[in-house]
Ligand binder design. Structure first.
Ligand code: MG
Length: 390
């Protein structure tokens, strides 16, 4: 029966999605085995996960932590590697069936490309991969006949809503957003918000990067680009709608005017499980959905003036080329600088807007050009921010 188990590589296993992926796997150990675990710098948790799930190998991206992980696992058969290039190697292993891209940011791109080229199924959590290189990734996935199964809750909802629709065209996608912790703030209040407030999301428990992105609505902008590539629709067919209850995870409108939506509790383990068990559904220990708990479901348009990141994402994808890569790198640097207390929350869209006009535009970038764009934007902005803080 062993060969019936799906062998999973979880890249970014110590982050929020990685930990929840392992929770899903632990509920279905007859269906899944863990083949690879990788972490950036949380060595202790990586070791703990390795001892619990007994993977073939683990990778710690931060090379300085290699001796610590190696020593802690020296009594086991688990192979230990270090460095981000080892993540690329690990996902290509013969024994891996599915790669869960739970890693955060641009770092997800390279292992995803490598995994697709080896025919691995991608359970995609890392939205930045499609934001930066959606055209390349979708073409590559088609070439290698590799399914990309979304883990992002909105995209899982869309994926579930178009299931069985075969050739029926999508008229419009309503990408729902909770509105984040600052939905009801004024401009002057927004100028003073703290990092702690930004990280305090009302409905979802998430990592730092995606929490700040949710607060600025950049998360919805990135998800719009992600949806554009996953579902082959134009950006103008995708509408972000504020739905503070986070019960409807997204909706699809068809040409006859009918809409399909997917509803559920705000628990990332559900879309993770669906991506891993698709097309099957399975029981789990998540809290049951109680429709009576939610008196009403409301919808409103986002405040685009207060949250300019959303329009910046539309601008980037409409220009195309390497513009979304510039947007993504500028956002990653700006969010990181905000978390470290170097810039204000309202400076994030300013940094991004300036980057979209300043950096060199390439209309038809090769994959290598996108890596170079990311590197240039990142280095330039990081230097500027370091100057600012001196
Ligand atoms: Mg999402």
């Amino acid at each position: 029966m062993m060969q019936d188990k799906k062998a999973i590589a979880v890249i970014g296993s110590t982050g929020s999605i990685g930990r929840q992926t392992l929770d899903v796997i632990s509920q279905h150990e007859d269906k899944f085995s863990v083949e690879v675990l990788t972490a950036n710098s949380q060595a202790d948790l990586l070791v703990e996960q390795a001892l619990r799930f007994n993977p073939n190998c683990v990778v710690i991206a931060d090379k300085s932590l290699y001796p610590k992980v190696r020593d802690a696992l020296s009594d086991t058969y688990i192979k230990v590697f270090a460095g981000s290039e080892s993540i690329d190697d690990a996902v290509q292993m013969e024994s891996v069936d599915v790669v869960v891209t739970a890693i955060v940011g641009f770092a997800g791109l390279s292992p995803t490309v490598k995994a697709i080229r080896k025919g691995k199924i991608i359970a995609l959590s890392n939205k930045e991969t499609l934001v930066v290189a959606g055209e390349h990734i979708t073409a590559l996935a088609a070439q290698y006949n590799v399914p990309i199964l979304p883990i992002d809750s909105e995209h899982s909802a869309i994926f579930q809503s178009i299931n069985g629709e075969y050739c029926n065209k999508i008229k419009r996608i309503y990408l729902t957003a909770s509105g984040g912790p600052f939905r009801t703030k004024t401009q002057s209040e927004l100028e003073k918000v703290s990092v702690r407030e930004a990280l305090n999301h009302p409905n979802w428990s998430m990592g730092k990067k995606v929490s700040v992105d949710s607060a600025s609505l950049m998360n919805k902008g990135l998800e719009m680009i992600e949806a554009r590539w996953l579902f082959g629709v134009s950006p103008s067919q995708i509408e972000a709608v504020i739905h503070p209850q986070s019960v409807i995870h997204s909706m699809v409108e068809f040409e006859d005017g009918c809409l399909k939506a997917q509803l559920g509790i705000a628990d990332m383990r559900l879309p993770i499980q669906y991506a891993l068990t698709y097309p099957q559904r399975m029981t789990n220990n998540s809290e049951p959905f109680d429709i009576y708990k939610y008196g009403s479901l409301t919808f409103e348009q986002p405040n685009r003036r207060l949250f300019p990141c959303l329009d910046l994402a539309y601008r980037a994808i409409e220009h195309g080329g390497n513009m979304p890569a510039i947007l993504n790198a500028a956002n990653e640097v700006a969010v990181n600088a905000f978390i470290k207390g170097y810039i204000r929350f309202v400076d994030i869209p300013y940094v991004i807007e300036k980057s979209l006009s300043d950096f060199h535009f390439i209309q038809n970038p090769l994959l290598d050009d996108l890596f170079e764009t990311d590197d240039t934007v990142r280095r330039t902005l990081e230097n500027k921010i370091t100057e600012l803080t001196k």
